[in-house]
Design a protein around this ligand. Sequence first.
Ligand code: KMH
Ligand code: ZN
Length: 273
Amino acid sequence: MEKLIITAAICGAEVTKEHNPNVPYTIEEIRNEAKKAYDAGASVIHLHVREDDGTPTQSKERYAACMKAIREACPDVIIQPSTGGAVGMSADERLQPLELSPEMATLDCGTLNFGGDEIFVNTENMIIEFAKRMKDRSIKPECEVFDKSMIDMAVRLMKKGHIESPMHFNLVMGVNGGISGEPRDLIYLSESLPEGSTFTVSGIGRVQLPLSTMAILLGGHVRVGFEDNIYLKKGQLAESNADFVKRVVELSGILGREVATPHEARQILGISK
Ligand code: KMH
Ligand code: ZN
């Protein structure tokens, strides 16, 4: 089986220090969390950025500063900015980090309820425009899917030439508004992917550990981190993103799957930069 790519989603846009005081906001905190996750075995950093007070932002300048700091601390790690940003941001706001030509970026493949009255909007035309900007800059999209219909959307756009094949997916499971995180859900999603695709699994909250285990066994890859989960176990907050990464490394060792370096992750994902 292919080596395991571990992605660390170190801060997200929604989780706050009130939820877990170890969620990073400042450039220094973001750099330190990226470094700890990288040292623990993460080869990809899924990056959202914040103002110093924790407000989510898609500012190109803030991304540039955080990416520079991360690169200084972990020169070869793959930095994957978010184009999802936070619920309510405009498309133009969300697109800003692409101007920095990162190796990878997220491409959210559909609209979904996001708890309460929140709606995370990704119309078909928005997805096409985001995909085009990535293609123009040779940025590898990670297709974020929160439900089966979003795989179908990504495949349709691939057939129309908007997204290149082989595609890479992130199956985000357990969001309030998206697909749940039962084992059968992951089997259904993974079996619905086009031949030759790679996929990562992001289990939200309590489904993270069982779904990470399944992803390792199914030949997928794993995303962990504060964006998706703040508890290491019931009632025990994680001290760092590295806690989650270390657990996945341990799990993959037990299950007999080696962990990919950033160089190996680039080969698996077909990133040529
Ligand atoms: N913060 C969510 C609304 C992504 O990074 O592309 C969207 C999100 C997905 O986190
Ligand atoms: Zn994200």
